[in-house]
Write a protein that binds this ligand. Structure first.
Ligand SMILES: C[S@@+](CC[C@H](N)C(=O)[O-])C[C@H]1O[C@@H](n2cnc3c(N)ncnc32)[C@H](O)[C@@H]1O
Length: 255
């Protein structure tokens, strides 16, 4: 049997416009890490938080945030549900604040199965207890088991230091999501991330022999992620993450 090579497409577009342009039931898995505005409002840092070294003179923000009003968030979830095939999964990332405010809405659209805790191993910023975790809400449209029955709901994967893009997530985090949903031998599997950022989810899809489609509203994110994917496809080298974020001593790898 001829196996088609995996491909990745990144579109420069707003999330809702992008999702509305996708055919119904066209993707096998959604993995995404939205730029929530709620947490920044909570922390009174204003719109478009600038983090540490990512601050650039003369430029207000590195990237825009998705205005996560209940109306926008409902539209986003409703479009995710439409584009996802029946009996497929969704992995949706949250910080603790957005999980409390928006997480419950996911139940109106999907069967919420669990909340996975991403343990970043090293502590980060935070006033009242420094943050070491983020959350990944795991849900399905219809019925679909995960690929293995021995996967824990705490994933220990080191956070990235000095990444090229703010809020860049380790490729291994997305690989864990994809490998939990995609049968290893499936040859046609489309992963979608409509907040693609640096392209970690796209590299993860390619590593897991899946195709990828995604978008981002930021031109910087689109050119960075397209270049990262091109180099990866040509050479197998991930210029966006030189060192692995997974340490075999932390946890047994399940993907
Ligand atoms: C938290 S970051 C994603 C980081 C990504 N997971 C990674 O590993 O690099 C969120 C991304 O959403 C993008 N974004 C913000 N508002 C958007 C919108 N309305 N439509 C599409 N993308 C948007 C930002 O430009 C940013 O790149």
């Amino acid at each position: 049997m001829l196996v088609k090579p995996a491909v990745a497409t990144i579109v420069h577009q707003d999330v809702l416009k992008f999702l509305k342009a996708q055919p119904s039931e066209s993707v096998d898995l959604i993995v995404t890490d939205p730029a929530y505005s709620g947490m920044n409002q909570h922390l009174l840092l204003g719109q478009g938080r600038i983090v540490g070294k990512y601050q650039e003179k003369g430029e207000g923000t590195w990237f825009e945030e998705f205005h996560d009003t209940p109306e926008n968030y409902s539209q986003f979830l409703s479009e995710c549900k439409r584009v996802l095939k029946q009996d497929r999964h969704l992995f949706l990332m949250f910080d603790s604040f957005s999980l409390l405010s928006l997480g419950a809405m996911v139940r109106d659209f999907f069967n919420v199965k669990n909340v996975v805790t991403w343990d970043k191993v090293n502590i980060g910023m935070g006033h009242y207890f420094r943050r070491q975790t983020e959350f990944i809400l795991f849900a399905s449209k219809g019925k679909r088991p995960v690929t293995r029955r021995d996967i824990p709901d705490i994933w220990k994967i080191k956070r990235l230091h000095r990444a090229a893009y703010p809020t860049q997530k380790p490729v291994e985090l997305f690989e864990a999501m994809i490998a939990s949903s995609k049968a290893q031998d499936s040859t046609e599997f489309m992963v979608c991330d409509p907040f693609v950022g640096s392209g970690s989810s796209a590299v993860a899809a390619l590593r897991q022999r899946a195709c990828f489609i995604g978008c981002d509203i930021s031109e910087k994110a689109v050119s960075l992620s397209r270049h990262r994917i091109d180099v990866f496809l040509q050479s197998g080298i991930d210029i966006g993450q030189e060192k692995p974020a997974f340490d075999e001593t932390l946890q047994k790898k399940f993907w």
